[in-house]
Design a binder for this molecule. Structure first.
Ligand code: CO
Length: 211
């Protein structure tokens, strides 16, 4: 265990040396500030490292991760990240990236009681309830959980669109696009769900804010 831990720090030194060998100014440039075009909202799952799977170098992706890539509109952490990304960094794209094999979504589909996390999982169960008719008729449980994972991403993209932060940005004609993706941990490929929102026109009337 001790060796494992020390290796992480050794790996860091090697990484720095590799970066500097390619570009002596690599860290000097990053130290000047960030202007990332993308906000990534992904799952905390260790197999879905945001930058790595899309080949994005440091400085390109502002990242928020939580269990099952949820956009919960009373979550101060998410809202703070979103507000900073949209209003200060002025990102152009917000990507909600779920993943097949997501333990959070699988748990939400079951009756397991895990602990405190049950309360977080509740938000995902709500997505199941909202899509009950579609999900209940899928007999194969793997197919059903995969579809649930996709529907959860779709719902979280809609949750982003419902926030006052995103709607205010659209109101002032900011170039801001929302996307939904699902990453497959089994082959490394990303499926674009083609939910691309750039205004609030597709929202149910009750969610549209007069800004
Ligand atoms: Co997950």
């Amino acid at each position: 265990m001790e060796t494992y831990y020390k290796n992480l720090l050794e790996n860091n030194k090697k990484w720095v040396a590799e970066k500097l060998a390619l570009d002596p100014d690599f860290f000097n440039k990053l130290a000047q500030g960030q202007k990332p075009p993308v906000l990534w909202i992904g799952c905390s799952d260790s197999r879905v490292p945001a930058n790595e799977i899309i080949g994005a170098p440091p400085g390109e992706v502002f990242v928020h991760r939580n269990i099952a890539n949820m956009v919960v509109h009373s979550d101060m952490n998410l809202l703070s990240v979103l507000d900073y990304a949209v209003n200060v960094l002025e990102v152009k794209h917000i990507i909600v990236c779920g993943h097949y094999g997501c333990g959070g979504v699988q748990t939400a589909m079951s009756n397991s009681h895990v602990g405190l996390i049950d309360n977080w999982i509740r938000h995902i169960k709500d997505v199941y309830r909202m899509n009950y008719n579609e999900l209940q008729v899928i007999e194969d449980s793997k197919d059903r959980v995969n579809r649930f994972i996709e529907l959860n991403v779709f719902e979280q993209v809609c949750n982003l669109a419902k926030t006052s932060i995103v709607q205010a940005a659209w109101e002032r004609k900011a170039d801001l696009h929302l996307h939904g993706w699902v990453y497959d941990v089994a082959d490394g490929l990303i499926k674009d769900l083609n939910v691309n929102l750039a205004d609030n026109s597709s929202l149910q009337e009750v969610y549209k804010l007069d800004l």
